[in-house]
Design a protein around this ligand. Structure first.
Ligand code: NAD
Ligand code: UD1
Length: 338
């Protein structure tokens, strides 16, 4: 039986990965410090999958705690989701981001080396492409970052590459996510932002449920079909399926490889609003305001590398993403705090 350690497994993407792993027959061990999540999501993962697994409330900055997990369980590979992810906050408290994301990853890798575990799937982000010169974005494009959060992702990618240069038995997949949205179709797990959401989809769904009065659309003067920003929205369940494919790929491939996980299609802010309205029959009032500082106009993936090498392709469309987000929001108007 193969056992996967899932760091950050109580969070939005990690919880969906945990379900997918359990349903695919893997054993899992989850660690999370619950800084941006709750025990309730661990309970829900168990409910959906109908299986139990060990959970450790453990901070990656606490090496002893991480060691203890590796001493207790025979881990084969690691899916590493744990990290802080709010771009705006990272500008205000950069050191916290560098310490949490980078030191946390270094600690994890050190313990992995000690236990001779060399297979790692890492949550990177399309943010490592900075402001790309053209779209669709390919893995070979030049990398840069525009904020501390993005720099942590970029630095971790370099650190993991250096690890491989130093020891060629490492097998590492750098998965560059585009814009994950949606939720598990059960409506039991989903994205659960604290306070006012920073990202578009959670904001739209909170307008729909009546928690926010209206959506502020950040700019309608981009060079896009309706002037609003265009992104590659990907259903979180498709995204986590890509992780399982990456895990399988690592069984037969040494080295470090980056893969875009996106659909390859770009939709604008207003396209998403319109689809959400059509699918849910809810009206989303919005107001056009200034561009958000640091935003780029258009970003979508060329996902062909993942298709060719991993045999993975996103299958769900924008309707599915809106339907499942709304189902989660309706069933959990206060997220996990019901
Ligand atoms: P999330 O905040 O829901 O999940 C991250 C989890 O990690 C949380 O449960 C948090 O409590 C935990 N965590 C944070 N620091 C930790 C630490 N030091 N030790 C132990 N646990 C810790 O975020 P998410 O959306 O599920 O994102 C998962 C990963 O994917 C992150 O690394 C994020 O940067 C990356 N990512 C997310 C997106 C996105 O849009 N959600 C896009 C690109 C990349
Ligand atoms: C943001 C982060 C990115 C991170 C990603 C996923 C920034 C600059 N980038 O990407 O690093 O990897 O989230 O966590 O924060 N929008 C509105 N109104 C809103 C919210 C968003 O109009 O209230 C627009 C944005 O201007 C953008 C689009 O919606 O055009 C998507 O925004 P968002 O969901 O925040 O994702 P990104 O900006 O792509």
């Amino acid at each position: 039986m193969t056992t996967i350690l899932v760091t950050g497994g109580a969070g939005y993407i990690g919880s969906h990965a945990a379900v997918e792993l359990l349903e695919s027959g893997y054993e899992i061990v989850v660690i999370d410090n619950l800084s941006n999540s709750s025990m309730e999501s661990i309970k829900r993962i168990k409910e959906i999958a109908g299986k139990n697994f060990p959970f450790y409330e453990c901070d990656l900055l606490d090496v002893e705690c991480v060691e203890n997990v590796f001493n207790t369980h025979k881990i084969d590979s690691v899916m590493h989701f744990a990290g802080l992810k709010a771009v705006g906050e990272s500008v205000t408290i950069p050191l916290k981001y560098y310490q949490n994301n980078i030191t946390g990853t270094i600690n994890l890798c050190e313990v992995m080396i000690k236990h001779n575990i060399k297979k790692l799937v890492f949550s990177s982000s399309a943010t490592v492409y900075g402001n790309p010169d053209k779209v669709p974005v390919e893995e070979s494009f030049s990398l840069s970052a525009t904020n501390p959060y993005g720099r942590t992702k970029l630095m971790i990618e370099y650190i993991l590459q250096d690890l491989y240069f130093a020891d060629s038995s490492w097998r590492i997949a750098l998965l560059r996510y585009f814009n994950p949205i949606g939720a598990h179709e059960s409506g039991k797990i989903g994205e659960n932002p604290n306070g006012i959401p920073n990202n578009l989809m959670p904001y739209i769904s909170q307008v729909a449920i009546g928690k926010m009065e209206k959506l502020f659309v950040f700019g309608n003067d981009y060079e896009t079909h309706d002037g609003t920003g265009v992104r590659d929205f990907i259903h979180v369940v498709d995204l986590v399926k890509g992780h399982l494919k990456a895990l399988e790929y690592l069984e037969n491939h040494e080295g470090v490889e980056a893969f875009n996980l996106g659909t390859g299609k770009g939709y604008s802010v207003l396209d998403l609003v319109k689809t959400f309205e059509d699918v849910t029959s809810k009206r989303i009032p919005y107001k056009i305001v200034e561009r958000r500082k640091g935003d780029i106009g258009v970003c979508y993936a060329n996902p062909q590398k993942a298709e060719k090498k991993l045999g993975w392709r996103a299958e769900k469309d924008l309707n599915d993403m809106c339907k499942d987000t709304w189902n989660w929001q309706l069933n959990n108007p206060n997220g996990y705090r019901n």
